[in-house]
Design a protein around this ligand. Structure first.
Ligand code: 5RP
Length: 262
């Protein structure tokens, strides 16, 4: 293992390394977005290069598509792939039922479409993403730019009657400009602090005009692979109810750490 890797990067790396064990020759694979997912893309790239793995990837953002192509993964659109065997992605929060908050990287819409079009979704994370109740991480909501301030006010007003502890909403910025998603939309980050009923909240938010999608991923994730800074991983499978522990071997000279830029 490179001595330059911080414990948090090592945790992300080993989660990614373990998750790519699920990928088999010929699979159509959804590729998530974010720093943890970037490790997974690099691991898959290495398997394509060194082991002759043949896969077709569908990226969940332009960022991921660029990285995947850089490491030699064949990328097609979701409509070309039609349906996926597997999606591997990071998360901002996961609870004990493997429900998630995603969208910290601004890619929630494509991530949700891709994960929903997959037989299986595997989430890779470090332990800091685990929560008893979702909502400490502000919930990203993708909205159309037209009338966004009205949509924001409507969202905040709607929260009054729901089981949440906060409702302040902020427009995500990129410098002093609104952050623009790959679909040309804005993101509102809704600071709820605690979400009592994620299912009800998701339905209510998505009914508001102006809202495209929210970052709650409910009943979509099948497996979470949790990496730790000591190189150990825990694999929780919600369908089989199993929990496995493993130690991941990382080779110091692994060229993942030296020849691919982030
Ligand atoms: C992007 C996402 C990411 O998966 C999430 O933000 C986690 O990112 P990271 O692995 O960098 O912590 O949902 O929209």
């Amino acid at each position: 293992m490179s001595s330059n890797l911080s414990p948090i990067d090592k945790a992300k790396f080993v989660a990614a390394k373990r998750a790519v064990d699920y990928v088999e020759n010929g699979m159509r694979v959804g590729l998530g977005t974010g720093s943890t997912a970037a490790w997974m893309v690099k691991c898959l790239g290495e398997m394509v290069r060194d082991d002759g793995l043949k896969i077709t990837g569908v990226a969940t953002s332009t960022r991921t598509a660029e990285l995947a192509q850089q490491v030699g993964i064949n990328i097609v659109t979701l409509d070309e792939a039609k349906w996926l065997d597997l999606t591997i992605d990071g998360t901002d929060e996961y609870d004990h039922n493997l429900n998630l908050i995603k969208g910290g990287g601004g890619a929630l819409l494509q991530e949700k479409i891709v994960a929903t079009a997959s037989d299986q979704m595997i989430v890779i994370a470090d332990l800091s993403k685990q929560v008893d109740a979702l909502g400490a991480f502000p919930l990203p909501i993708e909205v159309v730019p037209f009338g966004w301030q009205t949509t924001k006010a409507l969202i905040e007003e709607t929260m009054v009657n729901l089981d949440v502890l906060g409702r302040s909403t902020s427009l995500r910025k990129n410098g002093d400009q609104p952050f623009i998603t790959d679909e040309g939309n804005y993101i509102l980050d809704l600071d709820l602090k605690r979400i009592g009923n994620p299912r009800q909240l998701s339905l209510v938010i998505n009914q508001l005009p102006g809202v495209v999608e929210n970052g709650l991923f409910l009943d979509i994730c099948d497996v979470v692979v949790i990496g730790n800074g000591d190189g150990s991983v825990e694999v929780r499978d919600i369908n089989s109810g199993t929990i496995e522990h493993e130690q991941i071997d990382v080779i110091e000279t692994d060229n993942l750490f030296v020849d691919i830029a982030d």
